[in-house]
Every structure is written in C-alpha cells, then in structure tokens.
Design a binder for this molecule. Structure first.
Ligand code: ATP
Length: 603
C-alpha cells in the first residue's frame, strides 16, 4: 500500500463507536466467509515463506564461508560451491515463489471481496434512499447524502482493499520475523527491539509535527474551495452586487494561506519523512555492528548476522506503516459509521400493498387533518375538505400559508399526524404510494426536465408511450408547434440544468407530460415566473384542456384565472380561513376580497 501521510484525521474522521461499527462491518463481510478464510490462509503462507528468505540466504552465506575457510583445490571450487549452495538456492527460490503466489492469491481475492462489499453497500443505500421519507431530504443537504455514497464508501473500500490486508500482512510479517529472531539469538533480538523502540518514538514525535502541517493544509484547502465556489457558482450574484474586487481579494488571501500550508505539508513529505526513514536505519546499523562483533567472536555465524539485518529491514516498514494504516482505518470506520447511520434512518411507513386502481372518479375528502413538518409544531390543525369528482379547486393565500403542504399531503409525501385523506372513499394510507401517485398528475412551477430528448421528457410518466401518443399530448398542450421549430424536433436533447428552451416552453412540456398519463386528479401550480403574454395564454389554454373531466387542485397566484373555480380555498397559517366560489367569497368581503383588491391595485 502506498500510504498517504497527508490522510490526516479531522474530528469528523474519528469514529464515535469503533467497536460497534467494526462488528457491523465484519458481520457484513461475513457474507464472504469462504473468501476471507482463503485470504487469511494465503496471507499466513505468504508471510511465513517471506520470513524464510533471510534464513535461506544466511544458510547460503554460511555454506560459502565454510567452503572458503576449509579451502578447496583451485580447479574444484565451482563444483564445490554449486553443491554447497544447491539447497539454499532452492530454498530461496521456493520461498520467494511461494510468497509471491500466495500474495497474488490474497490480492486477487481481496479486490473481489472489497468490490463486493462496496456493491452491497451501494445497493443497500440506493434502496434505502428510495424508502426514506421526504422529511429526511428536508433535513439533509444533497451534498451530504452524496458524500455518503461516494467519499465515505470509497474510504471503506480503500481500507478493505489496501489497508486491512496490509495491516494483517504487516502483523504476520512482524510476528514471524520476531519468532525467528528470538530463535536465532536473543541478545541480538534485544538490540533490534531497543533500536526499533527509539526510532518509533522519534517517528511518533516527528509525525505529530507533520500531522499539524497536513491538518492546516486540509483546512486551508476547504476554505479555498468554499471561496471559489462562492466566486464561480454564485458568479451572477457576485456581478449583480459588484463584489468581484472584494471577493477576488478575499480569494487571494485564501490562495496565499493555502500556498503556505501546502508548502509546509510538502516540506513534511519530502524532508521529514526521509529523515524518519533514516532514523529507522538506526536498527539496521546497530544490528550490523553488534552482530558483526558477535560473529567475530564466534557466538553466531555470519549468515545469522545477515539474516538479522534482513529481518530488521523486513519489519521496519510494517512497523511504520501500521501507524498510517491505523489512522486511515479510523477514517474508514468513521465513514462506515456514517453509512450505517444512513442505513439506520427511519423509513417511510411500508405500503399497505393494495393498489389504487379504485381511484377512478377522483372524489377527495380531507377529514380532521392535522399535520406539522417538525415534531411539536403543528401547521395544519383541523382541516376538512370535500372535493367532488371533476370539480376544480383553487387554493390561494399568502406565501408560506400552507398551499403546497396540502398538495404534499394529498400526494402522501408526508404522513399525517391525525385525521384521514380519502380518495373515492378509500384512505390513501391503504393504497400503494406508487399507485396513488400514478393516478395524480402534477404540473409544478419547478419544471422538472431531465437530461434526454423532448420526446423522452414528455413520456417520463408513461415510458412505453408511442410517438403518436407523445405528439398528440404535445398538440393538446400547445407545444407541438414550438417543438417542430427546433432543429431536431422531438429528438432535441435537453440537458438537465440548462435546457436551452424558455421557462414557459418548459411548463408546456410538463403539461404535455401530464396529458399523456391521463390522471384522475390533477395538481397544477400556476406559473408566477414572467412568461410573455402569448405563452401565458397558451399555458392557460393547455391547462384548461388538461383539467377537463378531472378533479383538479390549482395553486393560484393570479386570482384573475380562478374566478370560475368550483371552490376557492383561502389558506392561511395552515388553516382554510375562507371557502366558497368567487362570488360567495367576494360577498364575504374578507381576506379573499382583500387579496383580489390588492392584486388589482398592483396589476
Ligand atoms: N419541508 C419543509 N420542512 C419544514 N417546514 C416546511 C417545509 N415546507 C414548508 N414548510 C413550512 O410550512 C409552512 C407552509 O409552507 P408551504 O410551502 O405549504 O406554503 P405555501 O402557501 O405553498 O407558500 P408559497 O406560496 O410561498 O409557495 C411555511 O411556514 C414553510 O416554512
């Protein structure tokens, strides 16, 4: 594993409950028990064979030394050397081959186990995100959710594929090397132990300094990214308020800070770490010098000294690497913890399983509905409403009054705190959510267009619609004409964020989309955005056509368009404060009349 010392830990990278998370992670890994067992056994074999290498080399050196000491007639040296080195060389080859083969097997299986683990997490998260209530999305930013699926999972996957196997291999390597060294010479092992302890203490101290540099580097990078986002993503706002110069100056300060932090971090990388490595050589030198003395006095052989030197080398790296791996392991466990937290979030109440095929007439009743977005704060107290099939209901009221909330409840985006909503005599909680939503068409102000062709966008709610059906819907929604003027017509590709057509045209497309699904109930959010008069008239015409023979709820912003509605509901602070048709409400001379008068005054 190439460790990245810059992977330093911030507070959010520290797990809250390491043991519990580790247990859950292992439980999940347990699904791949057999592969894991093979990985463990191959690591064991690979490390054991690796630990035999210095011994075999030592044996070869001893054999050669003995040959030189005893002396061989000049012409026979090569034959004698070959026969003396035959066994050691075969041992070296066998150990190296065994170690590499098992290491290959281990890597191969680890890659598969790691990917399988990531896949299982991704599948579970994706299913989970579909089952989470809208409340969850209200409380969490998209970036935060995305980061669970990308960053956090990547950390878990990286540690599974690189860190953890590395850690196990390191531990085995150290264990085998220590066992052999103890067996070879206890005194020399003591020397190795002391010099290792000294170099580890020095490493610990220096890396603390380095960690500080990395921490500052990360923090300054975060601050700089934030500033740049403000500068580029909010470029329009920056220009409107003429803040270019101020923001550029602020950005320069951040760039400067980041430069200094990065330089310090680089310094740690290129200067401190080599110094640590040099310190690590301490053990190597001490072993060579003291071992040399012991060999000179005939306490141990020359081969044993070189075996020791090799063992010191073999364990030096695992010892320092283990510290890094433990650091990234903590970050991975914290990542896994966040993923598990997402998977543990309370879900939507499961569907009753019954279909909503019974929705035919579109008879809607709200009975004693009580609801609040947050626990403890009630927005809708006791709402009662009856809408007969094919009636047109307009919902008006001040901003934040609760108009959209009524629609959210009808669509069962949120669960009620009390009362019932029934369609055609059936409570919506007894219907499957999907089936319910399929029978309700929505045309909202936020025209949800997706990356794809115009035809695909219109057919979004009815994927198997034929081209004729799509075109018929577009004609009815007054958008066939403008679509045909586009170079690629119905096959014009709209890109998600900037579709390249006007706001009004987008709204017409969403009306066409609703036309195609032919729902029993309609929810229309009138456009407030400034569209030209002709487009607005087309939208009105298309909407009127769409509403024919359907129960419809219109969230109205321009009161002039709803005068013919069967019922007008004035919603304020979550309650219906006035209801009736236009004439009745005007006669009341209450809130509605005031709203109408204020709009005429404005308009
Ligand atoms: N997802 C939400 N989480 C918490 N509170 C919300 C949420 N959506 C709306 N609210 C609050 O509920 C109240 C009613 O909001 P709602 O969107 O229903 O009003 P509205 O009448 O549709 O307003 P507008 O005309 O501005 O669209 C407001 O006080 C709003 O802040």
């Amino acid at each position: 594993m190439t460790n990245n010392p810059q992977d330093t830990l911030r507070n959010e990278d520290l797990p809250q409950n390491t043991l519990a998370t580790l247990r859950r992670l292992l439980h999940r890994l347990g699904r791949q028990k057999r592969k894991l067992a093979v990985i463990l056994i191959s690591t064991l074999f690979s490390c054991a064979a690796y630990a035999l290498l210095p011994l075999a080399v030592g044996r070869g050196i001893d054999a050669l030394a003995q040959l030189i000491q005893t002396g061989v007639p000049a012409g026979e040296f090569w034959t004698a050397a070959v026969s003396a080195l035959k066994i050691p060389v075969l041992m070296i080859a066998a150990a190296a081959l065994t170690s590499s083969l098992f290491s290959y097997l281990q890597q191969f299986l680890i890659a598969s186990v790691g990917e399988q683990l990531t896949l299982s997490f991704r599948q579970d998260i994706s299913a989970k995100l579909n089952r989470l209530p809208l409340r969850y999305y209200d409380a969490h930013k998209t970036g935060e959710i995305m980061s669970r699926v990308t960053n956090d999972l990547e950390k878990v996957s990286a540690i599974m594929q690189e860190g953890l196997p590395q850690l196990i291999a390191s531990l085995f390597t150290i264990l085998f090397a220590v066992l052999v060294m103890i067996k070879l010479n206890l005194l020399l092992f003591g020397v190795v132990l002391v010099s290792l302890a000294v170099s580890m203490a020095a490493t610990g101290y220096v890396s603390k300094l380095a960690q500080r540099a990395y921490g500052e580097n990360l923090a300054s990078m975060g601050a700089l990214t934030g500033k740049l986002e403000e500068l580029y993503a909010g470029n329009r706002v920056v220009k409107i308020f003429n803040l270019q110069a101020v923001l550029t100056a602020e950005t320069e300060v951040q760039i400067e800070r980041q430069f200094r932090a990065q330089r310090n971090a680089q310094f740690a990388d290129f200067v401190i770490y080599p110094a640590i490595r040099a310190l690590g050589q301490l053990g190597f030198i001490a072993t060579a010098v003291i071992g040399g003395g012991l060999a000179f006095n005939g306490v141990i052989t020359l081969g044993t000294v070189q075996a020791f030197v090799q063992y010191v080398n073999q364990i030096a790296e695992p010892v320092t690497e283990t510290a890094y791996v433990i650091t990234s392991l903590q970050a991975a466990i914290a990542g896994a913890e966040r993923v598990f937290a997402l998977l543990d979030e309370p879900e939507e109440i499961p569907d009753a399983g019954k279909g909503a095929e019974a929705i035919t007439a579109g008879h809607v009743q709200f009975k004693h509905v009580r609801f609040g977005y947050r626990p403890g704060s009630t927005l809708i107290h006791d709402l009662n409403l009856e809408v007969r099939p094919n009636q047109q209901v307009a919902i008006v009221g001040p901003t934040g009054g609760g108009k959209t909330t009524l629609v959210n409840l009808l669509m069962r985006f949120y669960e009620l705190n009390g009362g019932t909503i029934a369609i055609d005599g059936q409570s919506i909680t007894t219907m499957g959510r999907q089936a319910l939503r399929r029978r309700i068409g929505m045309v909202l102000q936020d025209t949800w267009l997706f990356a794809g062709t115009i035809a695909e966008n219109i057919a979004y709610g009815k994927r198997d619609a034929s081209r004729q059906e799509i075109e018929a819907a577009a004609k009815a929604a007054c958008c066939d004409h403008f679509i045909r003027t586009l170079p690629q017509g119905y096959d014009t590709v709209l890109s998600g964020e900037n579709p390249g057509i006007s706001q009004g045209q987008m709204q017409l497309l969403t009306i066409a989309r609703a036309m195609l699904t032919n729902p029993a109930i309609l929810i229309l959010d009138e456009a407030t955005s400034s569209v030209d008069t002709r487009t607005e008239m087309e939208i009105q015409k298309a909407m009127a056509r769409l509403m024919q023979d359907k129960t419809s709820f219109v969230i109205a912003h321009r009161l002039s368009t709803i005068q013919n509605a069967d019922q007008i509901l004035v919603v304020r602070d979550g309650d219906i404060v006035e209801r009736g048709n236009h004439r009745e409400l005007m006669a009341l001379n209450g809130f509605y009349t005031a709203l109408v008068n204020s709009q005429y005054a404005e308009g």
